[in-house]
Design a protein around this ligand. Sequence first.
Ligand code: G6Q
Length: 546
Amino acid sequence: MELISKSKEWRHLQLHKAEIAKLHVKDLFAADNHRFDKYSIKFHDILFDYSKNLINNDTMPLLLELAKSIGLRHKIEEMFAGEKINSTENRAVLHTALRNRSDEPVYVDSENVMPQIYEVLDHMKEFVESIHNGSWLGGSGLQITDVVNIGIGGSDLGPAMVVEALSAYKVPNLNVHFVSNVDASDIQSLLNGLNPETTLFIIASKTFTTQETITNALTAKNWILKSVPKDKIENHFVALSTNEKACIDFGINPKHMFQFWDWVGGRYSLWSAIGLSIALAIGFDNFEDLLAGAYEMDLHFRETPFERNIPVIMALLGIWYANFFDLASHAVIPYDEYLKKFPDFLQQLDMESNGKYIDKNSVKIDYKTGPIVWGTIGTNSQHSFFQLIHQGTQVIPVDFIACINNHNELENHHRILLSNFIAQTEALMKGKSEAEVLAELKAQGLDDKQIKSLVPHKVFTGNRPTNTILIKKLTPSALGKLIAMYEHKVFVMGCIWNINSFDQWGVELGKQLAKEVLKDLESDEKIYSHDSSTNGLINYIKQYKK
Ligand code: G6Q
């Protein structure tokens, strides 16, 4: 099969890019009063404004032709229908079934998976209630006050992000913590402040073999054993996994195990049992609202024509910049303290899904895939890396995200936050002309020589693309929509690039490599079996390790 980069649709976009490169978005705004209406989409409590992108009347139709040329509609249906689109692992991809709120069955290998999903949800609900109402007690008869989710990657980033994002919905008298790193400082500093008799650990691991998670879980078990009799420690551990045997071998009571399935990818798993820490932190009803919000976005994605389909438009703009402007990165800046972890979550979602150079036909591709996704909250980022976004030699498309209503309204804080949010997107689009800078410097009374040397530094070219995502309020439902929106964006980009967005061989490699080095670090012998750098580093560590 021909690479997408050889298609006529791709060629048309290359030619069109040459035309667009001659334009400035501020002129397009000046020429069209309806640009905002034309290039923004309202969906329930979310507004997606993409009018400040480097696009004119011809751009979206050409991008949509590209989407149609790969049979995108059919590919979307394949995912929702449980086809094994994760080809290298021969698995279906059904995070959408986890949040399916309809009566529609979803089949994997001719089996409707919805009853199993509901069974686990019921189990989660019952468990969450027993912790909240105090009927679940620790081994010494005390109520649970702290829950620690031990997991890494997909078994950590999603739930940790959601728990923080929904801080306003936190239930009283229960603290939820996350430990992921195998660095002892992570778990040790947390355990120092906890009481083993009132702490419950959630061991979250799809495979239940991940070195970091199992190491932390064993440390937690030893810590509990110091204060709780051995026959009572099962009250302090539950597991979220697809691997029942490994959970039992660890000492988890199978009744305290919450199952999920191989068709749930790690980075798409917060909707599954992996979301147990979320349900504990915000209550089961709010967890269900999160699922319901994501389901609404699923319906939008599945049913809306591509011209008005937010994830499709986001993805096509991503393709436009990555493949036709050759831009390597994409920043995400939430102007919301509670969304602090959202860029980290997206980094995994996007880069682990689409950071690939072999296509679904096992052929090496000749075009760029997954951009480098990065970012942090505004306004803090304005005082650090925004300089480069405004005046650096690389153009970086940015998603700006903010909520119209804040959970913490304190005097004029929120208005100041939002004014910065809006002003940045305007400045990145418009820039600042030489004439404006001249007038400003003259008004300050500078002489001609000073003005001449300063002007080039103070001119901003503008024409820097941004999307603006406005959320009415950061509710569980709105957050569900936001996450699902990005999940589908990533999926569409993977479809266009013809890569498998659902495997992660790069992650698996890391899991294998460290095991070999660990053996070498543990041995008393000097190591010669690697290259000279690797041998040198291992031997140097052994020499100085006390
Ligand atoms: C996610 C990845 C990866 C995974 C972790 C943890 O899509 O596969 O981040 O989630 O490596 O794996 P376990 O859940 O199996 O411990």
